[in-house]
Design a protein around this ligand. Structure first.
Ligand SMILES: [Zn+2]
Length: 84
């Protein structure tokens, strides 16, 4: 059975997370083959998930509080130097 657009929309995150049972995949592929809207929707969702999924590693660098404080101190000092 081929899923409907509604089914695709409801389970697209599961599809992308590979939480869907394998036997459901051919139906999805078939639907994507004929439905440009769902293809576009899932592509967009994939990009969004991809961005969110990558962001924790990208935005939270392995930096300690001490290092941040050191950077802040350096920044303070550089602004002081400018005043001199
Ligand atoms: Zn569709």
């Amino acid at each position: 059975m081929m899923p409907s657009c509604k089914n695709i929309a409801e389970h697209s995150s599961d599809y992308l997370d590979r939480n869907l049972p394998w036997w459901k995949h051919p139906g999805y592929w078939l639907h994507f083959a004929i439905c440009v809207n769902c293809r576009r929707y899932v592509k967009q969702l994939k990009l969004t998930i991809g961005t969110i999924g990558k962001s924790p590693d990208a935005t939270i660098p392995s930096i300690s509080t001490e290092e941040i404080q050191a950077i802040v101190e350096k920044m303070k000092q550089s602004t002081k130097n400018k005043d001199c």
